[in-house]
Design a binder for this molecule. Structure first.
Ligand code: B3K
Ligand code: ZN
Length: 844
């Protein structure tokens, strides 16, 4: 397979002024007619005319009305063209119904829909399918579906046809078309300049009751982007469509966002609080792309973080404003550590702006998205809120309508703030998670912190340079007062000291407040000091972090030397739980232990080969100890967290349910599931029901409830995904593989549906001790299914291959099994480019 390099970027030879498309829809024989105005690009010296195109059946092609016979290959076509503007016309035939890859135009349960990012448009018609070619589109759809949608504004509709016009120049990856038997949940929004926008959320008949929340989230997002970024919506309509078969969460097509049903549909009895929060943030994310992604897009796919890092950062800010900023920060850091750190510390490590790829779909990663957002967070910390606003205003002003690079992005910050960002830019090119260690000294009233930074080598990058690391530090006096409020230290050297003068006594430092940089902080703070921070830190993130690191070290001590649980931590935990001034959602976060995979990495970092069974045993032991130690307060807290009144998925109620459910988890370890059975029986929403069912399964009960759950929800796909996943997640390590294997035999295991595949295989991969079973059965089962899925849906298969990315952490026996599984995938005849690249990197 061919490797594409950032350094080889060349501007397009031809630009597009206008695109006209006509679709004559038919499941296996859709005709696509295109009429495109091209003109030579003055910025390019090439006059080679190349259009991408894959799996297209050519019908005819013409230039300026004259039939032409282009040279057609597997990847596209070339053709002799005039040395002046000309009109290209073509007709092709495609087969949406047999398109199981869910890229291009495909069908999902009788409904036509598209997914073009990154390179799916070339499966629809011949086109310069690259983001730096932007054009206005006019689209006519002919078909017998009652609803026919495309980008932009509707210009006409009749029996069996509709026409759409999108005036905003856009790259082909933002093209979308939907046709089907859909119903609309409608609303409207008046922009701050007084324009009314018609909003619609399109769903299958039967799903109308699951739309209200998504619509509220959309309106909130529109308001927020006006208030916080001064960005108004720019079309007369905004449509969102829910689709059951979708490779990822959602897609920001201009004026016509397409969503995985799971990322938009919700009702209290079918979706959990976590689902509601996720929906709110994905709706916001896709909406925010209208400015950061669509109006200003990427020059090429190496610049993906330009739109994704920024849009994730914006959706994180939005959720912080809508809910609790402290809890959101904790959630984001948990996710970063669970998903991005393993990527950045293993064979798949790549820079936030990658420099080469074989298949771009493999680079929609936690590094590009989440670390990309962290990099923007650091930038904002370094230039301050006012500098950030000024830079963003300049960005929108200067680059509206353009396809940009990270250089353009950093330049607006340099121009707006006068800051030199050349060293900062390394965050975009240097892969790996930096390690920052710190020493302290106190002498004559001066307290000094000395930081050392080091980034371990990553594939293809042996040598690393020092980065600019913003480290937020506050100092507390031994009685808990804050003597030095948060100060942003800028670490730029490999080793650097910072002094705080005029202190009466040696302070307790609170370092990397609010997780001010995506690094691993290595600090030999005593347990007593961390217990102190857990009780007194004024920075909520670091309070949580102190508790978390004590829990982690307690678990590590148990694993390594069979130590008993840390009593100080248990005491600190009890004190925090009793503290009613603390937000219940925050208290629930303090109770969450590090993941087993994180513990495996922590052990590997300390030079010890992780044993998944021992890790699992230690976590279970610690949970039992928590249940014992907190047994006095758990029932009272459980009762206090009961929500009265109608269900609302807001921060307040969901925080209470989170803490209540955490208490239920502890209580059910001691009452054999009695309270959980009651909660399940009485639950009037999915959050309470699912948590109760999980507790029951965990204590070896719940088979009647599981059957009843199935009976009640068997016709609801999204709820059935939960039914599948939960059984695996709650299985014992020795039976997780068998549970997953058994569920793949279930008649409802529709493995071609990405949500269902992920519900089962994702749950298996997420069961640390189950997946990493010593006999390799977990690896073998996942490999079997990845081999089966790859030819059908390479994108979803390749994504799930990342389950293997940590394989070298484990013992020789497990490594041999994992390697054999990866080699078996690699040896599969006709393995997709997506899959081949992923296994190649992991074996490499
Ligand atoms: N931009 C899309 C992701 C497309 C993934 C293509 N493999 C969704 C998003 O980030 O908003
Ligand atoms: Zn995005």
């Amino acid at each position: 397979p061919q490797t594409v390099y950032l350094k080889d970027y060349a501007p397009p030879a031809y630009l597009v002024d206008e695109v006209h498309l006509t679709f004559r829809l038919a499941p296996t024989a859709t005709r696509v007619l295109s009429r495109i105005r091209f003109r030579p690009n003055p910025e390019s010296s090439s006059r080679d005319f190349f259009l991408h195109g894959e799996s297209l059946t050519p019908i005819r092609a013409a230039i300026d009305g004259q039939e032409v016979r282009p040279d057609i290959t597997e990847a596209g076509l070339t053709c002799a063209v005039p040395d002046a503007p000309f009109t290209w016309e073509a007709e092709v035939e495609i087969s949406p119904e047999t398109n199981t890859a869910l890229e291009g135009l495909y069908m999902s349960r009788g409904m036509y829909c598209t997914q073009c990012e990154a390179e799916g448009f070339r499966k629809i018609t011949w086109y310069p399918d690259r983001p730096d070619v932007m054009a206005p589109f006019t689209v006519r759809i002919e078909g017998d579906a009652p609803v026919l949608l495309s980008n932009g504004n509707p210009v006409g509709v009749g029996e069996g046809w509709a026409e759409w016009h999108d005036p905003w120049p856009k790259p082909a990856y933002l093209f979308a078309l939907v046709a089907g038997d859909l119903v609309a949940h409608r609303d409207s929004f008046v922009t701050r300049s007084g324009k009314t926008v018609d909003l619609a959320l399109w769903v299958r008949p039967g799903d109308e009751g699951k739309c209200a929340w998504g619509m509220e989230a959309l309106k909130a997002s529109m308001r927020w982007d006006e208030a916080r970024y001064g960005r108004e919506y720019d079309l007369d309509v905004f449509n969102i469509v829910a689709v059951d078969d979708f490779n990822m969460g959602a897609m920001e097509n201009k004026g016509l966002n397409i969503f995985n049903s799971a990322a938009v549909l919700a009702s209290p009895d079918t979706a959990t609080d976590a689902n509601f929060e996720r929906i709110e943030s994905i709706i916001a994310h896709e909406y925010f792309h209208n400015w950061t992604g669509n109006r200003i897009t990427c020059r090429d796919w190496f610049q993906l973080c330009l739109k994704e890092g920024l849009t994730v950062f914006r959706d994180q800010e939005f959720t912080s404003d809508m809910r609790s900023a402290a809890v959101k920060r904790i959630e984001d850091v948990r996710m970063l550590r669970a998903r991005q750190f393993p990527e950045d510390q293993g064979p798949l490590a790549h820079p936030v702006r990658p420099e080469s790829y074989q298949e771009i779909n493999n680079f929609y990663t936690a590094t590009v998205y989440e670390k990309g957002a962290e990099v923007i967070g650091m930038l904002k910390r370094l230039v301050g809120d006012a500098g950030y606003s000024k830079a963003l205003d300049l960005y929108f002003d200067r680059h509206d309508g353009q396809a940009c690079t990270i250089e353009d992005w950093l330049k607006v910050f340099e121009d707006a703030t006068g800051r030199d960002l050349s060293q900062f830019k390394l965050w975009y090119s240097q892969a790996g998670t930096p390690r920052v260690s710190v020493e302290e000294s106190f002498e004559g009233g001066t307290y000094t912190l000395t930081f050392t930074q080091h980034t371990p080598p990553t594939p293809g990058q042996e040598e690393k340079r020092p980065l600019v690391v913003p480290i937020a530090v506050g100092l507390l006096s031994p009685n808990g007062d804050e003597v030095v409020p948060t100060r942003m230290l800028e670490l730029t050297e490999a080793r650097q000291s910072f002094a705080f003068e005029g202190l009466a006594s040696k302070p307790v430092p609170s370092i990397l407040r609010d997780f001010s940089a995506p690094v691993v902080l290595e600090r030999a703070a005593s347990r007593a000091e961390r217990a102190f921070l857990m009780a007194h830190d004024t920075d909520p993130f670091n309070r949580w972090e102190a508790a978390r690191s004590l829990a982690r070290d307690s678990l590590i001590a148990t694993i390594r030397e069979g130590a008993a649980p840390d009593a100080d931590w248990l005491e600190g935990l009890a004190a925090m739980l009793r503290d009613d001034t603390l937000d219940p959602a925050f208290r629930a976060q303090v109770l969450a232990l590090p993941t087993q995979s994180e513990l495996a990495q922590a052990l590997a970092d300390r030079g010890q080969t992780p044993d998944p069974d021992a890790i699992h045993g230690a976590v279970e032991g610690l949970k039992d100890a928590m249940a014992r130690h907190l047994s006095d307060l758990a029932p009272g807290l459980y009762d206090a967290m009961r929500v009265t009144g109608p269900y609302a998925p807001d921060a307040e109620q969901s925080g209470k349910r989170a803490l209540g459910n955490a208490m239920l988890g502890l209580i059910s370890r001691r009452d054999a599931g009695a309270l959980a059975a009651r909660q399940y029986a009485e639950a009037d929403n999915m959050t309470l029901a699912l948590a109760a069912l999980a507790c029951l399964l965990r204590v070896g009960k719940g088979s009647a409830e599981l059957a009843a759950f199935h009976e009640r929800w068997k016709d609801d796909r999204l709820v059935m995904d939960k039914w599948f996943a939960l059984q695996i997640a709650e299985a014992k390590p020795e039976s997780a593989v068998e549970t997953a294997a058994r569920l793949t035999e279930h008649p409802a295991f529709d493995w071609k549906n990405p949500n269902r595949f992920r519900a089962v295989m994702g749950a298996l991969a997420g069961h640390h001790a189950g997946f990493h079973r010593a006999d390799g059965a977990g690896y073998a089962l996942l490999a079997d299914w990845l081999i089966r899925l790859d030819p059908v849906n390479p994108q979803t298969a390749a994504r799930m291959m990342t389950a293997f990315q940590t394989w070298r952490r484990y013992d020789a026996g497990r490594q041999a099994h994992a390697k054999a599984a990866l080699e078996r995938i690699a040896a599969t005849p006709d393995l997709s480019r997506d899959g081949a690249e992923m296994v190649g990197r992991m074996l490499g």
